[in-house]
Ligand binder design. Sequence first.
Ligand SMILES: Cc1ncc(COP(=O)(O)O)c(C=O)c1O
Length: 413
Amino acid sequence: MRQLVAKYGSPLIVMVETTLRNKYQSAFGALVARYPRVQFAWSYKTNYLKAICRIFHEEGALAEVVSDFEYDKARSLGIAGESIILNGPIKGEPLLRRAINDGARIQIDNHDELKLLERITGTRNEPLGVGIRVNMNVGHEKGWNKFGFNLESGESHRVIEQISRSRSLRLDGLHMHLGTSIINVETYREGAKKLAGLACHAHERFGIKLCYLNAGGGFAAGNLPETNGCIEQKHTPSFEEYAEAICDSLQNYLPDTSNPPLLLFENGRALVDEAGYMVTRLLSSKTTGEGTRSIIVDAGVNLLHPDHLKHIKILPVQTTRRPAEPTIVYGPLCMNTDVLSEQAQLTPLDRGDLLVLHPIGAYHISQSMQFISYRPPVVLLGSNGEQDIIRRQESLESIENLEQLPGRLANNN
Ligand SMILES: Cc1ncc(COP(=O)(O)O)c(C=O)c1O
């Protein structure tokens, strides 16, 4: 890490290609060993740097996108419409029309979208195959109910009936996304059982033979959050444990296991988080009024999203025998809320020392913001020791690129 910082500066984001590919292959391997037809779709929002998307596409992933911007990104990377899953709670008419023309898989989120699609497709000769998003109570975790049609209330059943009567739409798939960092595999066992139950209902009541079931994302990454030094749960499930829970449930409850639907996954975090490292430099140290040591480092909450901070470990690059002590870690922003950890355990460090924050590959880059300072470069370490900058450091020019100074305000110095 020291050599990398000497070359590219600090802070620095490092992504490790071998980890990306290994994670993808082990997750896929675990699932395909238990279910005959599995397909991954890369969740763009988790990390949409072109190089990262390209690596997952090379491994065989489709693109899972949730906005015009992400759709544009996938298309500009050369991803064909049929290889795009269009998700998200809001899809405007122009985007829907484009997705239909390109042959993308649209997963309907709500009644307004369903109505809009029925209007857009009203004049088609062939019905358009669509999926619907379903939310459900899975008992073990606080369910995500923002997205899709509710199962327990019968709403998803009514939507299936409505689509079965439509002349311009055909139901091809069901989708669930149960949450993120789900560490209880029973959540998936229950979710898969309910989704398979809904597929049975569609088959028995309306003769619908689904082409795909989409189990969404949500697998946890390796690092578990710690609270006051105690680990909340001892164990992040392995990909095999997730696979066993989901595939067992599907085999038990699907209507026709001789010709099962394609099983889609949209995992983000579990494939990319551990591949990402943030290297940061200590800028200054203080002792608080209460006597706790605090340090300021050069990466702040502009680069590390507060929602995902509790998963991150902070480790000094240089090891020392001196005992660790409780340390507050602040970022460099001129804001009191720029805190990376209230309770890191760190050995005494000096100005200029380097620390590594890990894992940071999921959501931090895509949710980072340009605020106060330039965002740092991102370097991809290749399997054969290659070092490639996959996002350059921001500059005044790149940031001001979209700004315009009205003529009446120019040259007034
Ligand atoms: C529809 C959908 N699929 C997949 C994902 C990826 O989730 P995760 O990173 O938890 O695997 C998300 C993230 O929120 C999502 O909204």
